[in-house]
Design a protein around this ligand. Structure first.
Ligand code: TXA
Ligand code: MG
Length: 370
């Protein structure tokens, strides 16, 4: 039996709430990516989430709350956060951030409530919480009446799904239902901030809220970036979020990041050239190239000169050069190109540090990690 995709009618949302009350797990839409939701206070539901995704239990989950759970005290009542371990300064940061960004793609790490099962937090004494803004997810949370744990609805390490059909591809043989909320608006996951340090806010994952918007909201607070892996410099180095493995979001097709964006002036397709040198390109099988923004045609011509015998499929994530559009297209393009039977897939890197640039760059580096 394959999973059934349900329209988000009132009846279906109520039906899904009942399914969740039986500790089953369901694919649900959010504005970032689709999630695999289960009752965060049911160890059985949590075990099913980890099982269906084949996710290691050292990788903690994000708890999703509804509109009614906006303040720290409501998060305590919902059995998610322990406000007695939140300092006055952290309270102030919490209320400014949530007033501005909730509901929305911002996840905050706070002290965990004692009734929240350890499986949610992988044994940590903190919990990651967010209030999503997708209207179908908010209706479901209201109808279910309790918070929902939900990781992205992909098999562990795979590309995150941004449509119900992609959830079906990933998990259709393991779950009963997927609630269809259309295409995810943002297309990559929430930004995760650690609020449990006293002197700074730590970015644990780049995501749907650009860092400059966080800085604007809290101008006097020091914001520490995740541990730098490669080219980006950086003054501070908090720990990365647990479970943020260097390889993630990966297509099955061999995937390579170009060392720098295409400029067409010289031969900066050295990686493609090196790849051809290894004889791994199979005659007749196409290769793919992803541009972050701009014109796909020039790239197609240049690649054709370089590899006259190899068909090339080029996609630009945003021809008009809008990073929001690039983010929105990223996972769906990776997924689409992964289904083309390419012998290799290449992408430009995203070196943009404004807006969603960090988040796009991070996902591409992890997708291409060896
Ligand atoms: O946009 C999103 O956040 C999506 C949608 C479905 O809401 N969810 C999502 O979940 O991206 P997932 O499981 O793919 O990523 C959760 C990540 C973990 O891998 C970990 O890095 C971080 O959240 N995390 C969870 N609990 C944490 C904690 N207590 N401390 C630090 N990081 C935590
Ligand atoms: Mg994920």
């Amino acid at each position: 039996m394959r999973a059934k995709i349900l329209d988000p009618s009132f009846e279906n949302i109520s039906f899904v709430a009942d399914v969740l009350h039986r500790s089953e797990v369901v694919g649900v839409p959010t504005e970032t990516v689709y999630g695999l939701a289960g009752d965060c206070h049911s160890p059985l539901a949590l075990a099913r989430i980890f099982d269906s995704k084949e996710r290691p239990t050292f990788d903690p989950l994000i708890v999703h709350v509804g509109i009614q759970a906006k303040g720290l005290e409501s998060l305590e009542e919902a059995g998610v956060v322990d406000p007695s371990r939140v300092s006055d300064k952290q309270r102030e940061w919490f209320s400014r951030l949530t007033n501005k960004f909730w509901p929305g793609p911002l996840t905050l790490v706070l002290p965990k409530h004692k009734y929240l099962p350890e499986l949610v937090t992988s044994g940590l004494d903190t919990v990651a919480v967010r209030m999503p803004r997708h209207p179908v997810m908010l209706s479901l949370l209201a109808r279910f009446g309790k918070p929902l744990a939900a990781p992205s609805a992909n098999r562990f390490g795979h590309i995150s799904p941004t449509r119900a059909q992609a959830v079906e591809q990933e998990l259709g043989d393991r779950i009963g239902f997927i609630l269809d909320g259309g295409e995810s608006e943002i297309g990559l996951e929430s930004t995760i901030l650690n609020l449990s340090a006293q002197d700074e806010i730590q970015i644990l994952r780049y995501g749907g809220i650009p860092i400059e918007e966080i800085a604007e909201c809290l101008p006097e607070v020091r914001i520490a970036h995740p541990q730098k892996t490669t080219e980006e410099g950086g003054e501070s180095s908090p720990k990365n979020a647990p479970g943020m493995l260097s390889k993630h979001y990966s297509p099955d097709t061999p995937f390579f990041l170009l060392p720098r964006p295409l400029d067409f002036s010289g031969s900066n397709l050295d990686l493609v050239q090196a790849f051809r040198g290894t004889q791994k390109l199979q005659a007749g099988r196409p290769i793919g190239m992803i541009r972050i923004q701009g014109d796909p045609k020039q790239a197609a011509e240049r690649l054709h000169e370089l590899l006259p015998d190899t068909p090339v499929v080029v996609r630009s994530l945003s021809e008009k050069g809008d990073l929001r559009e690039s983010a929105h297209q990223l996972f769906s393009t990776l997924r689409e190109m992964d289904a083309l039977g390419l012998s290799a897939l290449f992408s430009e890197p995203c070196n943009e540090t404004k807006g969603l640039g960090y988040a796009i760059g991070d996902r591409l580096r992890r997708a291409a990690a060896p």
